[in-house]
Every structure is written in C-alpha cells, then in structure tokens.
Design a protein around this ligand. Structure first.
Ligand SMILES: Nc1nc2c(c(=O)[nH]1)N[C@@H](CNc1ccc(C(=O)N[C@@H](CCC(=O)N[C@@H](CCC(=O)N[C@@H](CCC(=O)O)C(=O)O)C(=O)O)C(=O)O)cc1)CN2
Ligand code: MET
Ligand SMILES: [Zn+2]
Length: 761
C-alpha cells in the first residue's frame, strides 16, 4: 500500500519562519532573505517526507501567513484598498493579513476566523467583484516546479472552490452565486496548467463538506465540480476532506469524476459506515485518513489494521493518509530532550507520523502481522493502561450535585451588590488581561527555565513589571486594572504547567495564526490542583492600587480545548477535573480579597461540533454547566467576568447566557460588531464589553473611530450594561502601540461620558 499526507507544518522546527518573518516586519530582513527562508524550509520538508518514503508528497502546503489568504490572492480577490497601497505583492499579502498604517495610508486587516474546529486561524477572503475573480497567481505552479528541480514529484494542494465560497465574505448585495462561474473558470485553468506541467496528481481540499449541507449547498458543490472536471485531461484529481464525515455528499462524491477521494476516519468515524453501506467506486482511489493529524499520540496499529480490513472489501485501491494536514501537530519528539523516555515513546508528532504511515503501509502487506517486530513494539504501548487513576479526584467529580452548578442569587440581585462594592463609573473601561510580552519578559523566563536565574530573581523581575503595569494603567485612567500576565508564557500552558496530570514540552510549537504559535500542554492523567496558581501575583497587584484589579484565570473548557487531550477518558470527565481545580483557585482568589475574577473561555466556540445536531448532546449540555461549576460558589458581591475571542455565538446565545457570569468581554472589531444586534434581540442580561478595537493588528485606532464605535454600541445596548475594552489581550503588541491605543480609548470614552452627561442635563 502507498502512503500520503495532506500537508506538513511550515513554521520550522525552531520556528525559523516566525522569527525571520517578524524580523522582516521590523525591516531587519529583506524580502529576498525572507523568501530564501521559505524556500529552504520547503526543501527541508519535501526531503524529509521523501526520506520517510511518503508516496504522495504535498506542495503548496507552505505559506508565509495563511493558505486561505494565498488562495484569495491566487484568484485575484484583493480588495482595492490593499492594491492602492502600491506595495510589493509580498507586502500586499501582509497588509491584508495585518493591516497597514504608514503616513496617510491606513487600512484594516481582513477579519480572521477559526479554521473549522482547530486553533488555527484563517483570513476571511472578501469578494466584491465577480469580474475580478480569475487565476492570476503562480504560487502552486512555482512550488511544484521548485520541488521538481529537486527531483521530487509533488501533489500540489489547493483549497477547493466550494470551501472558498463558504468561507468568504461578500459585499452587500452579492452572494456566492455571483462568483460561481469565474471560480469554475479559474479552477479549470488551474487543472489545465498542471496538465501542461505534467503534474501527476493534485489535491483539492474541501473540508467545508463535513458541515451540515443544505440542498442548495449540495447543488452548488455538484455544479462546481461537474463543470471544473468536464474538460479534465491528464492530471489526476483527489478530492480531500477532513475534520468529519461527508454524509450529505457521500454518494455525489462517488458519481463525480474524481480520481481519488480522501476521507477522515478519525473525526469522521461515520465515513466507515458510509463506505460499508454505499460501497466505493472501484475506479477511484481511497485516501484513508487514519493517522490522526490533530493529536499527538502514537497510532494504534492494531486498530488501524482493523479499520483497513473492514474497508478493504468495499474499495479498489487504498492509500494510507493522515486524517488532516499535519499543520496542527508539532514537528518532532526528537526536540523534546527534557521529557522522560517513558512519556516520549507514546508521542508521535509530524515527523513520527510520516514514519507511522510508512510502517502501516508495509504492515498491511505482511502475512503474519502478529509476528512482526514493528507491530509487536507498537502493541506494547497499548497493552497496559498507561496511567494511574487519581481516585480522590474521580470521587470528587462523582460527588458533585446540582447545587454545585447553580449560582445564586440572580444576576439582577448580584449586580446591585457588586455595584455597591465596586462603585464603578458608567461605561467602565478595562483590558482583557495580558500586557505586552516584550523581549525582556521572555528573556527573563528563558533565563529562569535554563537555570541561569533563580526563582526569586525571576519573580522579582515579574513583580517589577506588574508594578509598572499598574502605574501605567492608573496613568492611562482605566477603571478596572489587570496585573498584566507577565508570569505566563501562555494562558493555557501556564496552567498546564501547574496542574497535576498535565505534561508539557519544550519545543512542540503549533502555528495558531501568522507568526504566532502555541505549545499546547498534554493531558496525561487525572487532573488536580497542587497549590494556588495565581493568588500571589493577583494579591500583589491589588496591594499596589485602590482601583479593583481583576484576578485572571483560564476556564476549564479552554484549558482542555487548547491542550492535546488524552483519548482514554471521555472529554467531559477531564474537563470536570479541570473545572474543580479552577473552582479551588476562584475561591482562593475571593478569599484573598480579589473582588473581580475573570475566567477566560476564549476557546468555547472552537470545539462546538461542526454538525448542529451534535451541539448540545456532545458539547454544550456539559460544557456550560462545567463553566458554572467554577464560579457557582462565590459570594454575590464577587463579580465574575468571562472573555471569548470569537464572537460567532449568535446561534448559541442562550447557552452563553446560561454561563451566568456577570460580565462578558468579546472580540468583535474584526466582525463589525455583528453580535450586538443578537444581544439586543434576545435581551441579553449579562453586562458586555464588545471589543472596540482589534488587537491582532499593529494598527492604532484613532479617537474618532473609537468614538464612532462606542456610540454605535450605545445605540444598540442599554448603557448600564456596557463595558469598554480592547477585543483581546495585549500580549502580542508592542508597548508603544498599546500606550497609544489605550490613550485613544480612554480619550474617546471621556468624551462620550461628557456628552452623555451634557445631554442628560
Ligand atoms: N493557547 C492559546 N491559543 C490561542 C491564544 C492564546 O493566547 N493561547 N490566543 C488566540 C490567538 N492565538 C495566539 C497564539 C499565540 C500567541 C502568542 O503570542 N504566542 C507567542 C508564544 C508565547 C509563548 O509561549 N512564549 C514562551 C516562549 C518564549 C520564546 O519565544 N522562547 C524562545 C527563547 C527565547 C528567545 O530568545 O526568544 C524559544 O523558545 O525559542 C514564553 O514566553 O516563555 C508567539 O508565537 O510568539 C498569541 C495569540 C487563539 N488561540
Ligand atoms: C486569547 S484570550 C486572551 C485572554 C487573556 N486573559 C489575555 O489577555 O491574554
Ligand atoms: Zn481573547
């Protein structure tokens, strides 16, 4: 059997691409130098895959920022405001990704959204003129040729037109339909050009097929591919899906003239049923995704061989594949020099996964598998239960009763008591928690972790930062302060490092967006709290000021969703354990006199099942109560905040309300505050802080634009329910940017407050 992968990570084993790109942003590297870094990385990856004997090696899976943005540019979907900047193509791309502000030029970045149910973010293409949509780029051809020169035949990867249309945004008055014909033409040309190049295979990714599809969606999909494939000649076309099953179009896929279909049988377990029930066109190749592209555990060869054997009778040729792109896992366990071998042998990152694929593809053809050394070694990992059980934690979870999940008194009553205690002004201003993680902050942590600095010196430095941060916020005139999160490498990893049951890595970076990466901790065993995790810094910060300082925690759903989960325990069981640990922390903060506690659930929306029928039963029905578990026992006068990064929760607004926090802040500036109308429509009760500017871009918002935003918010929601804040934490920004942006924010709010007072006289 042959093997394939859908895509490989691209940030570099040591995040070379991140560091070089950021250096380019700072103008310390030239365009040529940056392009060379990309070229070297591509070569390294192709050679690695070739040496691991991957039969179908992807190309065009590389990107300097994001593959959806690349696709938009390939198809000429570049809004005029970016063209008008008169920048080089590379800088136009970065302007679309990050915004651009220089002299009198000032454009926002495109909106950024979650890539399906992952922590990766893509830029939302903006479609405004069907006449403009055409194949203008050459990236897929260039990278194919680049590999060819190295003697490597690759399979170029493209995002398909159906997914592209589903993910794009449309100018008023336009919708998908207007863009169907130009897209068909562009993809026909793509195929034709690959024919000319003699390319053997291309892979067209259509992950949007795993959503619930309406009849109209299904028609659109069929129409697109009937036309695109009508004049297909030499190049073989593989239609690739991932992150779920394709129940709505399974039979359509069989009848369309694809040469291969790629199905994920990890998240899309139901695909196995579909194959067994409806069969599989024998003239097509099945790319069978059974090495998990999103988790980091070794593949269980016995289970994989079982799946292959179940499917084999129904299918012609099978190629073994990853279940998704390997973009979502780190590079290699070889970089983990500090983790004990006892752990490491259970892990498989991208490099190990391509080896697993090769081993599996060999094992399929072995007659006596049970006697095969490679198989035996693999099975040893799965024979004995891996972890000990923490009986104490399991009992605590089992003993929870409905009272543990219910906060009283009512929100309305709490609001009065909290206002008596906090005495906040109208339209209170605050920030989301983190302040810039400048080089000195990171160096301090690096020195400490490398053993070059004592714990005392490490914390001393951080406390000085906290002190300066409090003074800074007081000078700015903010109302509710934060300590700045200087002691945290990341809002999830920090807690992972301190909780029993988690292990953490030193180099296992995964791209989150652009040059930003995360190092998700790994859930190894049962989770519990060893000791208070945040109380020291919180009380220290509060001791420096009379203004309230928010205690800052990450919620259990987000800690879980941004970790690599264990697979031997139901998800909700692990989340319940984390929730108990966070509850202890919440109560300790309250006990220490912290009056406002923020429990971030930035990732709540992310793992909402892709199919609506699963939303409640598989997720919200336990996730929302487990959030309440963390704060249900606090006093009425303790104010609970939560924060969410991605505000697409119109559909689940009642579930958000049921979290029963007192205040929620959320990202909204890149999505034009669309959520506000929903909040108004459902008479949302919690106080809300809709982010008034986008912190993911270095662009500084002006006072007039902030005023306009605030006035708009005031026109929709009741004034006594509104908080004013940026849309997320400030850790990725520079100090100067933050200072200016927050000055503008305070300036704008002072003006608005004065006009309101004036109008009310
Ligand atoms: N887990 C998670 N997911 C999230 C978010 C988030 O905050 N956390 N936010 C949303 C947006 N995504 C984001 C993801 C990453 C970052 C981010 O800033 N990441 C940092 C890394 C943060 C970190 O863990 N830093 C470490 C490591 C620092 C470091 O770079 N160390 C060097 C050595 C020091 C040096 O010389 O630079 C190294 O390891 O090589 C630390 O501070 O300790 C980055 O990519 O730059 C921001 C937003 C959605 N998903
Ligand atoms: C990604 S959500 C971030 C929340 C966190 N408190 C911060 O400000 O960084
Ligand atoms: Zn956020």
């Amino acid at each position: 059997m042959k093997s394939a992968i859908i895509g490989y990570p691209r940030i570099g084993t040591n995040r070379e691409l991140k560091f070089q790109t950021e250096a380019y942003f700072r103008k310390e590297k030239t365009e040529e130098e940056l392009k060379q870094v990309g070229k070297d990385l591509r070569q390294k990856h192709w050679e690695k895959e070739r040496d691991a004997r991957v039969d179908y090696i992807p190309s065009n899976d590389f990107s300097f920022y994001d593959q959806v943005l690349d696709t938009a540019i390939l198809l000429n979907a570049i809004p005029n405001r970016y063209r008008a900047l008169n920048l080089s193509p590379l800088d136009v791309m970065f302007a679309m990704a990050r915004g651009h502000q220089q002299g009198d030029k000032d454009v926002h970045a495109l909106p950024m959204k979650k890539w399906f149910n992952t922590n990766y973010h893509y830029l939302v293409p903006e479609l405004s003129d069907p006449k403009e949509i055409k194949l203008v780029g050459t990236k897929p051809f260039d990278e194919y040729k680049e590999a060819k020169v190295l003697g490597i035949e690759t399979k170029p990867v493209l995002i398909g037109p159906f997914t592209f249309l589903q993910l794009a945004s449309y100018q008023e008055g336009l919708n998908k339909n207007a863009f169907v014909q130009p897209l068909i033409k562009a993809y026909q040309q793509l195929l034709h050009q690959f024919d000319t190049l003699g390319t053997e295979w291309i892979q067209i990714d259509e992950p949007a097929l795993v959503y619930d599809l309406t009849e109209e969606d299904q028609k659109l999909f069929t129409q697109l591919y009937e036309e695109i494939l009508r004049h297909k000649q030499h190049v073989n076309v593989q239609l690739q899906t991932y992150f779920g099953d394709v129940r709505d179009v399974y039979q359509t896929l069989q009848t369309l003239p694809f040469d291969a279909i790629g199905l994920d049988v990890i998240e899309g377990v139901y695909n196995i049923e579909l194959i067994k029930t409806y069969g599989f066109d024998q003239s097509k190749v099945l790319f069978l995704g059974l090495v998990n592209g999103k988790n980091i555990w070794r593949n269980n060869y016995k289970r994989s061989l079982d799946i292959i054997n179940q499917i084999k009778p129904h299918v012609g040729e099978i190629v073994l594949s990853s279940s998704s792109s390997l973009l979502h896992v780190p590079y290699t366990v070889k970089s983990e020099r500090h983790l004990s071998a006892e752990y490491v042998r259970y892990f498989s990152f991208a490099e190990e996964k391509i080896t697993e694929l090769h081993e599996l593809s060999q094992l399929v053809d072995v007659t006596d598998v049970a006697a095969d050394e490679c198989f035996i070694n693999n099975q040893q990992l799965f024979e004995n239960a891996r972890t000990e059980v923490d009986q104490h934690v399991r009992e605590r979870v089992a003993r929870l009763t409905s009272q543990d999940f219910k906060r009283s008194p009512s929100l309305h009553e709490r609001k009065k008591r909290q206002q008596e205690r906090l005495k906040l002004p109208l339209l209170p201003t605050t920030t989301i928690g983190s302040f810039p993680q400048t080089a000195d902050v990171k160096d301090n942590r690096r020195d400490f972790k490398a053993g070059e600095k004592t714990a005392d010196a490490y914390h001393c430095f951080n406390k000085d930062k906290v002190k300066a941060c409090i003074k800074w916020q007081e000078a700015l005139g903010l109302d509710v302060l934060v300590h700045g999160e200087y002691e945290r490498n990341d809002m999830v990893e920090y807690f992972g490092e301190q909780l029993n049951g988690f292990i953490f890595t030193s180099h296992a970076w995964v791209q989150s967006y652009g040059t930003r990466c995360v190092k998700p901790p790994i859930v190894w065993g049962d989770v519990s709290r060893r000791a208070p995790m945040t109380v020291d810094y919180a009380t220290y910060a509060q001791s420096l000021t009379k203004l309230p300082v928010k205690g800052m925690l990450t919620g259990p759903i987000t800690i879980f969703n941004w970790s690599f989960p264990r697979e031997d325990l139901p998800v909700k069981a692990t989340v319940a354990q984390i929730a108990l640990a966070i509850r202890e922390e919440v109560l300790d903060l309250e006990e220490a006199g912290i009056g406002i506690i923020q429990i971030d659930e930035a990732a709540l929306r992310e793992k909402l099942p892709l199919r609506q029928s699963d939303w409640h039963t598989n997720y919200l029905d336990w996730a929302i109560p487990l959030f309440r578990l963390t704060h249900a026992k606090v006093k009425p006068e303790t104010q609970i905040h939560t924060h969410m990064c991605y505000s697409e929760f119109t559909d689940i607004i009642h579930d958000i309300d049921a979290m029963d926090a007192d205040v929620i802040t959320f990202e909204s500036s890149r999505s034009n505050l669309e959520l506000l109308q929903t909040l108004k429509a459902v008479d949302f009760k919690m106080a809300v802080g809709p982010g008034v500017y986008d912190i993911h871009s270095p662009r500084i918002p002006s006072v007039p634009e902030l005023k306009t935003t605030i006035e708009y918010i005031l026109s929709v929601l009741p004034i006594e329910n509104i908080w004013i804040n940026p849309d997320c934490g400030l850790k990725t920004r520079g100090e100067k940017e933050v200072d200016q942006s927050l000055k503008h924010l305070v300036n704008a709010i002072q003006f608005v407050r004065e006009t309101i007072v004036y109008e009310n006289v």
